[in-house]
Design a protein around this ligand. Structure first.
Ligand code: AMP
Length: 420
């Protein structure tokens, strides 16, 4: 196709993908390619290595999936020809689901492998000779060790959320996996941020890559940021205030530890909110059920730790609330990327205590702007009032009022009731 003909097409047909793949694109409901897709698919189709600096939500999964499917079409091997490594089970599952949608008319098949579940069913699935394996590094290594996974036919390697894999300590595992891959292969590396360790990994893995950098991984323009100075003891009251006074469709509330996630979700349920936690102490079955429930809108509030909530894609999350600030400024970008997705509007609220000032400075430097300070009457940091009761001391209120219910008593009314 000539360049002018390609420019005239603004849909996915511009890439010259096989019709079986375009049917998958239509099944996914994609009409127009996203920027990351326009800018990486042609190079990937040519077999070039790609370095994509893009946060989740930009459409990067399809950006690597579509050219990979095109290149895999028509030939079969009895072992995987493409390997996608992702940091978490949730992300691996999400990637595999997108592959399944896009590849449904191609005859190519995908297997997902991750830890925390019995290995036997994954061994059986691998015996059926999948074309594509999507997995987390630890379990991939396990399966290689058990001789259930043979990667000597891999033609394309994808490292997704490379920065997160580094945060989780997966770099040594990734290096071990790369040793069993054929030297001649295509490599695609995606990362939302580029700390020096990932720059080093990219130099090691990629060969003269086509580099695409989306807005320096800055948070989406559609996100409104708000910073609340609040003493630790009053965070729950402020959370309730936000739930009651703003139009929330659904929210992800981030906390620092697994224990805090459980405590806060238990506490919110006692207050009649539909809230559940998602954290690393849960079994895979529990995590899957929770994720499904949240996606299907069977409950509205997900209380999560960083470890499981990065990279996941749930549409229509109106609020991300950093109940505790994240460990690093980069993690802020990842967390708030759960809202404002697919060009929809989103609100990112961050609760900040006196000890978080250095984090605020570093984060504002990173995102290149000041996060607007939000003052809420009754929640000024310096007010000398009796601290609110902690989550576990609250009693269940009668009546079973639901999230967003305007009948829910205001904080002031509840305070009065407690005082009385
Ligand atoms: P990702 O960055 O891969 O997590 O993608 C975020 C979301 O955007 C996913 O739900 C994708 O299915 C969706 N998506 C990807 N590409 C497109 C597109 N061209 N048009 C509409 N939605 C898309």
């Amino acid at each position: 196709m000539s360049a002018s003909a390609a420019n005239a097409l603004n849909g996915f047909d511009r890439f010259g993908l096989d019709d079986t793949i375009l049917r998958g694109v239509r099944a996914a409901g994609f009409v127009k390619p996203r920027q990351i897709q326009t800018e990486t698919i042609p190079a990937s189709l040519d077999g070039r290595d790609v370095l994509g600096l893009a946060q989740t939500g930009t459409g990067k999964t399809a950006a690597f999936a579509l050219p990979m499917l095109e290149r895999l079409l028509g030939r079969k091997a009895n072992s995987p020809r493409a390997l996608v490594l992702a940091p978490t089970r949730e992300l691996a599952t999400q990637i595999a689901e997108e592959f399944r949608t896009l590849s449904r008319h191609t005859g190519l098949n995908v297997v997902t492998i991750f830890g925390g579940v019995k290995i036997r069913s994954q061994i059986n699935a691998l015996r059926r000779g999948p074309d594509i394996v999507v997995g987390c590094p630890g379990r991939v290594l396990d399966l290689i060790g058990q001789r259930a996974l043979h990667l000597n036919k891999v033609e394309t390697l994808v490292l997704d959320e490379a920065d997160h894999m580094f945060d989780m300590g997966f770099l040594p595992d990734i290096r071990k996996i790369m040793k069993v891959l054929p030297g001649k292969r295509q490599n695609l590396l995606f990362s939302a941020t580029m700390p020096k360790e990932i720059r080093g990994l990219a130099d090691e893995v990629l060969n003269n890559p086509h580099v695409v950098e989306l807005a320096n991984a800055a948070p989406a323009e559609t996100i409104d940021h708000a910073l609340y100075m609040i003493p630790e003891k009053r965070k729950l009251d402020l959370l309730e205030h936000i739930f009651n006074s703003e139009k929330c469709n659904s929210a992800i509330v981030f906390v620092r530890t697994k224990r805090r996630a459980k405590r806060l979700s238990d506490g919110l349920r006692k207050l009649d909110y539909q809230a559940f936690d998602l954290q690393g102490n849960m079994s895979q079955g529990q995590r899957d059920r929770t994720m499904r429930g949240f996606r299907e809108r069977r409950f509205d509030i997900l209380v999560a730790t960083d470890i499981v909530a990065r990279g996941i894609d749930v549409s229509n999350v109106s609020h991300v609330i950093n109940f505790d600030v994240p460990n690093t400024p980069e993690a802020y970008t990842h967390r708030i990327g759960r809202t404002g997705r697919s060009e929809q509007e989103g609100i990112a609220c961050t609760f900040v205590t006196g000890t978080d000032r250095a984090w605020v400075r570093a984060t504002e430097r990173m995102i290149g702007k000041q996060i607007p300070r939000e003052k809420v009457e009754g929640f000024e940091p310096d007010i000398d009032r009796k601290p609110a009761a902690t989550v576990q001391r609250r009693n269940k209120r009668p009546g079973g009022q639901k999230w967003g219910n305007s009948q829910k008593p205001s904080n002031q009314r509840r305070r009065r009731r407690r005082a009385g």
